[in-house]
Write a protein that binds this ligand. Structure first.
Ligand SMILES: Nc1ncnc2c1ncn2[C@@H]1O[C@H](COP(=O)(O)OP(=O)(O)OP(=O)(O)O)[C@@H](O)[C@H]1O
Length: 339
């Protein structure tokens, strides 16, 4: 009997090509489109595309409304994090709870042993590995995924480059336009900027004090939720000759702490909500502290659910709330949230 795979189909070129490839490989393919939020017009358009692919492949596709779950697990966390002066990573949370959480439960309900997506990642059933194409690699966003689901995951695009994925779609007459459509933005529910999303829920324009590391008031800012650590624009510092960066955010007093670039340097930090694919308590590895950055060698020690990370070279602009992903070369060991 053919093995059944459930594919997360977004209407984008990556998941479309994923579906074509897995059907060619001999899997019995079903697709699911998850409605995650209420961006006007967004779902109607994507669902139509998913149906078009389904017609072409002759497969069954499901429309699954997970907007309530997404709101509870991802969207609220996003809003609350900014309120607390943190920099959230909604994609990391979505991958844990929705894409490789609720979608896996859905796969169970239709008797699908495997779950596939168009993520640029590799997985051997035990570990996740960075994609061959370093520019597209998305493994960082899976550092909080539960270990138990790994044996069921398939990522056919982990060895592909995006241009080849587009070229593949372009060669199929009915899927031609998938190759040229606009690529999705980084956070699916953010249309333009994250402040716009926050402003729908609260007043974020409350001017406050800009303070230096000694506690002196040196200027003004637009409201602490407009800033993330490392940001260097959008606030005022009296008589500053050098560029100043946001070093810390104090929601209680609506203050931002600013300083020159060398003050952004961090050599050690802590990580909570640790999720590891291997039983490790003390180890050397490399850590990525944000998505588009190089992994830095470090030593990690885990005690009472928190990891102490000591870096062998400094990083600049470490934002609390962001994910820290631990790697052994291309192999993802797991990760957690910077605290
Ligand atoms: N709303 C959704 N419903 C079902 N699966 C989804 C949805 N959004 C994303 N996915 C799955 O997660 C994968 C990675 O999502 P991401 O948002 O990074 O999309 P992407 O790289 O633009 O891929 P695509 O070209 O398939 O949209 C997608 O390839 C798809 O398999």
């Amino acid at each position: 009997m053919k093995k059944k795979v459930l594919i997360g189909m977004s209407g984008g070129v990556d998941s479309t090509v994923t579906a074509v490839l897995l059907q060619k490989e001999g899997y019995e393919v079903e697709g699911v489109y998850m409605k995650l939020h209420n961006k006007p017009g967004y779902h109607e358009e994507n669902w139509k595309k998913v149906q078009r692919v389904a017609d072409y492949l002759g497969i069954k596709v499901h429309f699954y409304d997970l907007s309530k779950e997404f709101n509870n697990e991802v969207y609220t966390y996003f809003i609350e994090s900014y309120k607390e002066g943190l920099t959230p990573n909604p994609c990391v949370m979505c991958n844990r709870t929705i894409k490789f959480g609720k979608m896996v439960e859905f796969a169970d309900s239709i008797g699908a042993e495997h779950i596939a997506t168009g993520h640029y990642i590799q997985c051997d059933g035990e570990f996740i590995y960075a994609a061959d194409d370093p520019n597209k690699d998305q493994s960082y966003f899976l550092c909080e995924v539960r270990k138990e689901v790994l044996p069921r995951l398939i990522f056919p695009l982990g060895t592909w480059v995006k241009e080849d994925v587009k070229a593949y779609a372009a060669r199929i007459e009915v899927l031609k336009d998938f190759a040229t459509q606009k690529e999705s933005s980084e956070i699916c529910f953010v249309e333009n900027t994250y402040d716009e999303v926050l402003a729908r829920h609260m007043n974020i324009d409350i001017p406050g004090e800009t303070v230096d590391t000694e506690g002196n008031v040196v200027g003004t800012h637009k409201g602490y939720m407009h800033y993330t650590i490392g940001k260097r624009r959008g606030f005022f510092v009296n008589g500053a000759h050098e560029p100043h960066f946001v070093l810390d955010i104090r929601p209680e007093t609506n203050q931002i702490i600013v300083g020159t670039r060398e003050k952004l340097e961090v050599n050690a930090f802590k990580v909570k909500q640790i999720n590891l694919f291997e039983d490790l308590t003390e180890f050397d590895c490399q850590v990525k502290v944000r998505y588009r950055t190089r992994a830095v060698p470090c030593h990690v020690k885990i005690e009472e659910g928190k990891a102490s990370v000591v870096l062998s070279e400094p990083v600049f602009g470490l934002a609390k709330g962001q994910a820290a992903a631990f790697y052994d070369g291309k192999r993802l060991l797991g990760g957690g949230l910077i605290c």
